[in-house]
Design a protein around this ligand. Structure first.
Ligand code: DUC
Ligand code: ZN
Ligand code: ZN
Ligand code: ZN
Length: 468
């Protein structure tokens, strides 16, 4: 037979097109997309299904050091297993430079941790926490040239925060070397001021987390990041935009012709700050929803949806950052401490991102199928230097596909998920639309909720520089 695999009978969806077509795959790549393709060793019948580009989740945290006594709930095997089950074929986690340590060594150690463990392809971003002369002058340029073409900087957190001069310096390196910078925009000093005031007033519940990081904290930092980017003449990505106010700053900058890219996440479309109050008489259960920035309110959710519709946002990522709930190394009383300030920030979502966005976005008519493909795959590939290899369906692309049943109704349950966390923030959430098969480089890696791949089938990718 001419092909290893043919997909027949489905509706192929890309960022640009929706069409009835067959796909011929050989050696892990798409060779042909046509009305009819030739014989194949195996044929998958996609009748009644959508054939989407495999999900790319360009913002996930896997096995990331999270402070003394705190352990992330996923390693590379479990996170990428969950990713595969959720319709994803590529994820992008972060190699974190600890303060005082070498960025290059952190990148190499993190890559070694991933090799041989992954079910889907992985491309690694860096986190720059200590921009010393050696990092700015040698390590970072060398890493960018070696394929680590994107990195994240933080405007908050004791162990990660960069001051404004440091931000300008790393932006300058990124502009010179052509790298993509992701910015966590929340203001460090304002959060500290509010946190101390709340604790003094006895507000230590998980809900205090939301009160310590109101929208203006994100709005101010987003504006500051935009100003720094304009000063240095750099395109940046403002990640995990949660609030209407930060989004307004971004839309304002885009309206002035600045290339500010933006990402949002399902939690900012479907969860609210009130979730952090917990259920019934158990305020601590609100810890299950503690992430940064925090989810907002219904008005902010509506604004973020309109930003998706208008193109303010290019990507929807999960910001998967999993901690166990009922575990002293996780959310509940970490190391015996009881204030919201010690709850590790982050929620699991690598497996639920696509169903939640499809159901709330496409099934409700808020976004089109083509927007869905762009927001979940194509634009991730374009932003981070993977395009023409990944992110769409066409000759030459890796055969990374998700077969999607748009009519399948499902209730999200922790018991059915594959991640290492012991809960999901979307427990009991009902969705219409579900991934029924995930194909990665031409091999079926998940089908009907069962993961069929072995760890190591996914590769650690080197990347090229992304265009503007
Ligand atoms: N930032 C993230 O990107 N993820 C989780 C926590 C955080 O602060
Ligand atoms: Zn962040
Ligand atoms: Zn994150
Ligand atoms: Zn079904």
């Amino acid at each position: 037979p001419e092909f290893d695999l043919a997909i027949r009978g489905g509706t192929v969806v890309t960022a640009a097109d929706t069409l009835r077509a067959e796909i011929g795959i050989r050696d892990g790549r798409i060779v042909t997309v046509a009305e009819r393709v030739a014989d194949a060793a195996r044929t998958v019948d996609a009748s009644g299904l959508l054939v989407l580009p495999g999900g790319i989740d360009s913002h996930v945290h896997i096995a990331q050091p999270s402070g003394p006594g705190i352990v992330m709930a996923d390693d590379f095997a479990s996170a990428t297993r969950a990713a595969a089950a959720g319709g994803n074929t590529c994820v992008m986690p972060f190699a974190l430079q600890p303060r005082g340590a070498s960025l290059r060594e952190a990148a190499e150690a993190y890559r070694a941790l991933a090799e041989g463990q992954c079910h889907v392809d992985v491309a690694i971003h860096l986190i720059v926490s200590d921009p010393t002369e050696a990092v700015l002058g040698q390590e970072l340029p060398a890493l960018i040239a070696a394929g680590y073409t994107s990195f994240k900087v933080f405007m908050t957190y004791d162990d990660l925060v960069l001051n404004d001069r440091q931000i300008l310096d790393v932006f300058d390196v990124a502009r010179r070397e052509g790298a993509r910078v992701m910015v966590h925009a929340e203001g460090y000093d304002a959060i500290r001021y509010l946190s101390e005031r709340l604790e003094k007033a006895g507000e230590t519940r998980p809900f205090g987390h939301a009160l310590s990081r109101p929208q203006l904290v994100e709005r101010e930092a987003a504006h500051r990041a935009i100003s720094h980017a304009e000063l240095v003449d750099l395109d940046i990505v403002i990640v995990h935009v949660s609030g209407e106010q930060a989004m307004e700053q971004i839309a304002w900058a885009q309206g002035r012709g600045l290339k500010i890219h933006a990402e949002t996440c399902p939690q900012y479309l479907t969860l609210t700050a009130d979730d952090m109050k917990g259920i019934g008489d158990d305020p601590m259960s609100g810890a299950k929803y503690v992430c940064s920035p925090p989810p907002r309110d219904a008005a902010s959710q509506a604004a973020i949806w309109s930003g998706l519709q208008r193109g303010v946002f290019e990507v929807v990522s999960s910001d998967h950052c999993p901690f166990r709930y009922d575990d002293p190394a996780g959310k509940l009383n970490p190391r015996g401490k009881t204030s919201f300030r010690w709850i590790p920030n982050g929620i699991p979502g690598i497996e639920t991102r696509l169903p939640v966005l499809f159901s709330e976005g496409v099934s409700t008519g808020r976004i089109t199928l083509n927007q869905f493909a762009a927001l979940t795959a194509t634009n991730h590939a374009k932003l981070y230097g993977l395009y023409l290899r990944k992110g769409s369906i066409g000759p030459g692309f890796d055969a990374d596909l998700t077969l999607w049943d748009p009519n399948h109704r499902e209730t999200i349950r922790q018991a059915a998920l594959h991640h290492g966390a012991d809960y999901t923030p979307w427990e009991g959430f009902q969705v219409t639309g579900w991934p029924v098969m995930t194909i990665a480089r031409g091999r079926v890696i998940a089908e009907d909720g069962r993961v069929l791949s072995e760890p190591g089938q996914g590769r650690v990718l080197d990347r090229s520089l992304a265009p503007g």
